[in-house]
Design a protein around this ligand. Sequence first.
Ligand SMILES: *Cc1c(COP(=O)(O)O)cnc(C)c1O
Length: 338
Amino acid sequence: MEEEILDIGGKPIPYFRTSEFSKMMFEIEEIFKEVIDAPKDSKFALLTASGTGAMEAAVMNIFSEKDKVLVVNGGTFGDRFAKLCKIHQISYDEIKLSFGEKLTKDHLKKFNGRDYTGLLVNIHETSTGQLYDIELLSEFCRQNNMMFVVDAISSFLADEFSMKKYNVDCVILSSQKALALAPGLSFLFLSNRAYTKVLENEVKSMYFDLKDYFQNMERGQTPFTPAVSIVYQLYAKLKSIRENGVESYILKSRNLAQHFRDNVRSLVKIPDYPLSNALTPILVDNAFDIFLRLKEEGIYVTPSGGKLKDKLLRIGHIGNLTKKDNEVLISHLERMVK
Ligand SMILES: *Cc1c(COP(=O)(O)O)cnc(C)c1O
């Protein structure tokens, strides 16, 4: 996190049912829509919830028992979408990818021309680092007239993205990845088509009823108390993004990723599926043990769960990191993998 953002986290929290706060919320909406290239008539909701909260809200509000959706499940986040469909009794089928398997046209073929109404994908499956081909998925949804729901939480600001260009019906973001804010906020952007479905849907939840969020947003407010402090952090961050241009953030991540990959390749294996700029997955023996040893040095890399626990580490390239940080990490890795 940047110093400026950390400072905001330490400030007192003002009362928020004010015209000043509403004005800030409108500006947040406006800049966000610019950054993700959202259609003018798209709807924005700010939730005080982790990213999974926004994933759940999307599933519950856009779909119902009348739908049948397809879930790209290539890791723990894809699996989460499948679980959400199950919990909310939405029929679904999964495109299951085993570790290392690249998503291609062939995976989609057998689902073509069937009666699916939506597709759920974490465009960057953070648990493995695979970046799916958004053009491929977008085209598939267009051909099949399916609602295209994209969790871009760990790709936003690290990879190129456009809601308009790819005809995305729902974009899901959250505060704690490349935005590099405190965890606690998540965001939804809905196309007019998805919004219409939300209006038709009867949602059995008070907190996750998006109609309420959209209605409140007309006056720049949220139905319930938001994480006010993080909203202020978000506002500061979005203003910097507007000033510096979103491309500069993507470029910074790409450069950090490239630098790390170039320098670590002789040391460890990197899977050969397409990668996001947000992180580099590395294959090492005793991965979890290395995570623990790095932690002792004050360096945090991300370990994996389940079968990948002792195989895969994920190295982040988002937020306030530098090439120097890469170099320090690589010098420790040199010692630890040998
Ligand atoms: C981090 C992340 C989430 C959100 O996880 P939470 O722990 O609920 O914030 C969702 N999807 C993806 C792809 C992520 O990387």
